[in-house]
Design a protein around this ligand. Sequence first.
Ligand code: 3VV
Ligand code: FAD
Length: 669
Amino acid sequence: MPLNHLIRDGDNPDITEERQKATFSTEELAIEIYGEPLAQRRREISAEVLKRPELLDDCPHVFLDRTTKVENSMKKTVAVMEKGSEICDFTSREELGHLVCEVFGDDGFPLSIHFVMFLPAIQGQADDEQAEQWIPRAMRLEFIGTYAQTELGHGTNLRALETTATYDKRTQEFILHTPTVSAYKWWPGNLGKTANYVIANAQLYIDGKSHGPHNFLVQIRDENTHQPMPGITVGDIGPKFGLNTNDNGFLRFDHVRIPRRNMLMRHSKVSADGVYSPPVHPKLSYGAMIFVRATMIRMLAHVVLKAATIAIRYSCVRRQGEIKTGNGEVKILEYQTQQHRLFTALARGFAYRLVGDEVKNLYEKIAEEVKHGNVEQLADLHALLSGMKSIVSYDSGKAIEQCRMACGGHGYSHASGIPEMYAVEIAGCTYEGENMVMLQQQARYLVKGIHRLAHGEELSTMLQYLANTSNNKFRIGESGVDLENALILALEYIARSTIERVTARLDSLQNKGLSAENAWNENAVELTRASRTHTRLWIARCFRDRVHRIENHAIRSALTDILELFLTYEVVDMSQYLYQGGYANSDQVAQVKDAMYKLLEKIRPNAVSYVDAYEVSDTELRSVLGRRDGNVYDNLLKWAKSNPLNRTEVLPAVEKHLMPMMLAAKSKL
Ligand SMILES: CCCCCCCC/C=C\CCCCCCCC(=O)SCCNC(=O)CCNC(=O)[C@H](O)C(C)(C)COP(=O)(O)OP(=O)(O)OC[C@H]1O[C@@H](n2cnc3c(N)ncnc32)[C@H](O)[C@@H]1OP(=O)(O)O
Ligand SMILES: Cc1cc2nc3c(=O)[nH]c(=O)nc-3n(C[C@H](O)[C@H](O)[C@H](O)COP(=O)(O)OP(=O)(O)OC[C@H]3O[C@@H](n4cnc5c(N)ncnc54)[C@H](O)[C@@H]3O)c2cc1C
């Protein structure tokens, strides 16, 4: 029995040959990733979707214009809501999430922000009475909501948001108002044409005094006619780099009145007579952002693993050039350069996916504490997520782009599926906090860590390595030190020395009289680097711990190869930092590189099986190059022929414009 469960008759023999080489069971690896029964449920859901034409696209979605894309996704949403509960358990986020991926792909769907931000904002920030009133209605989809925070003029600097919510004691209402053009809400997903309610973030004013940004539930469209409510101007912001199935929108309030109880009041409150009670932590109204930052890690990793699936499968059916003259053309995956760009992408995908689970669990634990008023760990969580969303979004983007380029010309075609994946994924560098800004949020926490250490104060578990000053020599190759440990210690050194250096520079500039703010800005690039090195260390440690916990020997061994490749790649990529302070020499860095190249060879026979085990169906993959059966060329031809430009032999536009020009040119002869 072959260990790879995806072998089928009629597949491209080049890909079948790959699957026969598997040294671990792909089904067992799938169970390790998803757990049981989810691994099996995902397969059943995928199979059910295939039987229901109303859930499938009539033609490749990339051939459609925006209006049709949006309409299609709305039509399919209704089909999912009507029949979806026959296919999956709606109370399981994982099952529903899988169904959504199958039916809609990555480019957005009408309920994405409803589920990802609107509901979580209510769940975390509404008091019990409000939650009881709003959540059941929102869950039944009696209305669709979104999260309207960003404005035309400000997205990052939330303290400068201009939308106001002024309390009117007389009527016990808030008046929501957009005072300037730059105060228009701008960007919220599904706001343009879909949502009829928003959680609006606005500056709270009582008796002329500002209390900072707070969240309010505001109805923006009529529940029966979907027409904008009085005082509301709303629309779609236009086409974007990606996510064009999503109607990101703009919104203006013109003195819109809402009842006092529409302010989300779990943490901050305004009494009927206008008395304000602040929250136990000033940033609790940022809770929905924290939720998305925690969830997006797995979403981004999922896209990397999809791109890796496509590029690795394709690289086994594409033959180009010879390694040894006369021996025939090889699968392009035989080239070391191809393995390097693809297996490192695969390793990052697995690392981020598995670490993403840990981040989600940590978030859930701390969110529960916060719900009960314990905010002790909120700063740790905020710092971690700020770094994680930045590293994972950016490095995933680079990995996906490598996968695309690794497919040569066909990677540039939408037939590969990768351009759209890249466009969707890379938005993660911007949304939920622009990366440079978020890295600096984390850097504040790291600098504080060094100061605490200097004052003999206790450090959180995450920062304890900062105290390990005896780790000052690279121990690769020493007896008693295995590769993994040596690499983790090297990453600890890189992070510690980088954070120490930049903190010392900040301190010295301030000692010379520079203001804290100016000293910070003069070192901002180095501060973001410190933040990156810390986060990459955290990911590495967390990934290692996750792999060590695997009980199935064959699966642990398969993922150990991926872990070691990840660690060697991270260390090589940051090796310049190893030279600072003389931690390592160039021979030692060469040893890490050699280990990395050996791992590429070791992973090569299992390459297709790793991505097969991740189990993304062809329906979800939406890629001609990444098809499970490897039958790429016939299907590329079919795909091209089916595109709307080929509906007529002679395009009407050619007849109208070019032919007269050419005929006129001929007649002038
Ligand atoms: C069921 C299935 C469903 C499946 C569906 C799947 C399909 C999904 C499809 C597609 C999904 C796409 C999803 C896209 C969604 C995108 C949505 C958005 O983008 S919403 C907008 C986001 N906006 C931002 O993120 C703004 C960024 N700005 C900020 O967060 C803040 O302004 C910040 C942090 C930059 C500064 O905030 P300050 O000005 O209020 O605070 P300062 O003065 O700098 O800091 C004071 C202290 O507060 C801490 N702080 C700041 N934020 C904190 C926080 N959140 N928690 C705890 N502490 C925090 C700081 O660390 C600092 O601490 P010390 O003083 O150093 O100790
Ligand atoms: C696809 C997508 C979906 C979105 N969905 C939503 C949504 O559903 N709801 C919502 O409310 N918003 C949404 N947004 C908005 C998003 O959250 C903001 O765009 C994001 O927070 C960045 O803010 P900004 O656009 O103001 O960028 P800016 O802050 O203007 O950033 C521009 C540049 O200035 C730099 N910069 C800004 N401030 C600083 C600083 N203090 N220090 C150093 N550099 C700085 C940045 O690093 C960046 O290089 C979405 C955005 C996108 C792209």
